[in-house]
Ligand binder design. Sequence first.
Ligand SMILES: [Zn+2]
Ligand SMILES: [Zn+2]
Length: 291
Amino acid sequence: MQKYVDAFLRAFNGTISWTWKSIIFEVPWYNNYFWGIIFLSLSVFILEVLFPWRKNQAVFRKDFWLDGFYIFFNFFIFAIAISGVYKILELIFLEVGISIESLSIINLESLPSWVQLLIFFLVLDFVQWVTHILLHRYEFLWQFHKIHHSVKEMGFAAHMRYHWMENVLYKPLKTFGVIILGGFEPEQAYVVHFMAIAIGHFNHSNIKITWGPLKYIFNNPVMHLYHHAYTLPEGRYGVNFGISLSMWDYLFKTNYIPENSGKVPLGFEGDDDVPRYFVGQLFYGFRKPKK
Ligand SMILES: [Zn+2]
Ligand SMILES: [Zn+2]
């Protein structure tokens, strides 16, 4: 028992001290998520102000500050809170003789590092796409994901408005992705993670980016806006599930962009039931869904 308590505390304190070191610039810039996310958010925000897609949307749109808080909550506060729990799970798996290495399917080590990074990016994006579909497909998962879909006016920070359980729900499949890759999480994964966050920020921003022909590969604000549309096509539980890449939606025919005025109403039927403030939203996912 003591072993688990120690491991929990070590992971917990480790994450706190890493976050603190990031804040006071002791972590180098290329590894510094804290200032990296602030810099990225401000950059996308400035672009939104300079080149707005929906010109009559307020600069500080509805829920701007709520979503801004979510960036810090989901990225740092929750990461600190959960770190010890993940460590204990890892220990338990090791105890019963399961290590990530023992389950690996392919080994990337012999490949050039850019190929490794590319495969890492593709596999992780695909498993997240699958997870995202599950969040829409199953009622009890949708109840958590509703927080993200309660956004009524879209802007970059909406990217990070999601129930903390989503961090937990995405974890098993992401871990599965890493397992397939032989426990491979490359040194330079920061670059990949950060690119994914940047694309996610842009997908939710009030900027009209379509990428031209590259839209069949990369997700974009026009496509993702329709993911948030209030009214879905007849008989569908969702469209455009892509995270960083749109190509899975095109490959599996879940793509849907009927027009690109940016004026489609957002949300879902019953979204007025979602609490407007953070604390209410924290527990909302565990409520029984209203019919
Ligand atoms: Zn969704
Ligand atoms: Zn979204």
